[in-house]
Write a protein that binds this ligand. Structure first.
Ligand code: CTP
Length: 397
């Protein structure tokens, strides 16, 4: 889905080496459907040619206040009016100082004064310049004025030193923009998401696990957060990084996951149980590493608690969403699980299909409700499926 279709984004590029990274920001925003226009300061045009941005945006790039012969006197107003949001990236110390104090001595800073659009700034500079009290005070002024600061990251800087000052990654900057435009349909709601695979120890070094990568659940947590929910993500083993701005609880076993989920259950509006919970655990976990002294080794397994079923049994106000990973009779089994676990809806998928299931970035799923209605979704990215699930949740709570 194109989250930014119909959105006008004006990007101000100021003179820092990270200007080259903004080429990727623009490219990503275009792919998300946004209309993008770029204004550069003269210094920025020393780092990246205006033509580069021109080619990607398919729009003229403005640098000079008095460049054109036509309409030059209204260009800053036209651009100021165009913007649904104004993003400055990279924002230099000099730009931040001018913006904080209302100085308008070039096209970009004039637009900053002339626009009523919300502004975001992504600073990038040498660590000492960033930490200088003047820069910090200017950032505070801007923040108090409602400007969203997309924090610089810690890393290796162009000046050869390492520290805070690297431009936030393009992916992150774009995520902030998407978040800005997302309708806050889950504002005031608390959503609990489980993700990843639980693991069950055999001895101090071995365990029984599964192939869950956590991608689906992490995308759901991200989407819920973008749509304004307060999110608790309880995760087993996962191959992806925890999303920002969620309460992240890491667990290993099914029993630990059960305890973590139950501790939050009363306070949440919905639970989305995408974790691959081990159905069994080892009955007697060896206290010491098992030696390979015998030809065969038998592990006795005992059943784990079914967390979702327990939630269904004690359900009061909560919306319950389950997952069903099947290899045959998908819809029939999924309907059975709705009834058995007292769910509101279930996300069912045939994991034997190509492009669905574990480790891949896509999924092919069906959403089935209590009444048994089935919505078959085409193959889509896990991020997009997460959005569909979250919008369904928002309609139902
Ligand atoms: N689930 C759970 N606790 C378990 C096992 C599963 O909460 N011990 C949840 C999963 O997170 C998922 C749903 O229940 O949302 C999956 O249902 P389940 O019947 O366990 O699926 P399978 O393990 O595939 O069951 P079966 O092997 O019987 O098909």
């Amino acid at each position: 889905m194109n989250e930014l279709t119909g959105k006008n984004i004006l990007i101000g590029v100021t003179g820092g080496i990270a200007a080259y990274k903004v080429v990727e920001v623009v490219s990503r925003l275009k792919k998300l459907g946004a209309e993008v226009r770029v204004v550069m300061t003269r210094a920025a045009a020393e780092f990246v040619a205006p033509r580069t941005f021109q080619e990607i945006t398919k729009n003229p790039v403005s640098v000079e206040m008095f460049a054109g012969t036509v309409n030059f006197h209204v260009e800053h107003i036209a651009l100021a009016n165009f913007a649904d949001v104004l993003l400055i990236a990279p924002a230099t110390a000099n730009f931040l100082a001018k913006a904080a104090h209302g100085i308008a001595d070039d096209l970009l800073t004039t637009i900053v004064l002339a626009t009523t659009a919300p502004m975001m700034v992504a600073p990038s500079m040498n660590t000492r310049m960033l930490e200088h009290p003047a820069t910090q005070a200017n950032l505070k002024i801007l923040e108090n004025r409602g400007v969203k600061i997309i924090d610089a990251e810690i890393g290796l800087l162009a000046c050869g030193t390492s520290g805070k000052g690297r431009l936030s990654e393009p992916e992150n900057i774009c995520a902030e923009i998407v978040k800005f435009f997302a309708p806050k349909i889950l504002e005031g709601k608390k959503i609990l998401v489980t993700a990843g695979g639980t693991i069950e120890p055999i001895d101090p070094v071995r365990f029984i696990g599964n192939r869950s990568s956590g991608k689906m659940g992490y995308e759901i947590a991200k989407a819920a957060q973008i749509y304004g929910a307060e999110v608790i993500l309880i995760s087993g083993n996962a191959a992806v990084d925890a999303p920002d701005n969620v309460k992240f609880v890491k667990v290993e076993t099914a029993e630990q996951m059960r305890a973590a989920v139950l501790a939050e259950y009363e306070t949440v509006d919905a639970v989305i149980m995408s974790a691959a919970v081990s159905d069994y655990r080892v009955k007697n976990v060896a206290a010491q590493k098992i030696k390979k002294s015998n030809e065969t080794l038998t592990l006795e397994l005992v059943k784990n608690p079914d967390i979702l079923k327990e939630l269904g049994q004690h359900k009061s106000h909560q919306l319950l969403v389950g997952f069903a990973a099947e290899t045959e009779n998908v819809i029939e089994y999924a309907r059975g699980k709705i009834a058995e676990k007292n769910l509101d809806f279930i996300v069912a998928n045939d994991v034997s299909q190509e492009g669905a299931g574990f480790s891949v970035d896509t999924n092919i799923a069906s959403l089935i409700n209590r009444a048994g209605d089935v919505e078959n979704l085409p193959k889509m990215s896990k991020a997009e499926l997460a959005e569909r699930i979250i919008r369904r949740v928002a309609e139902s709570i």
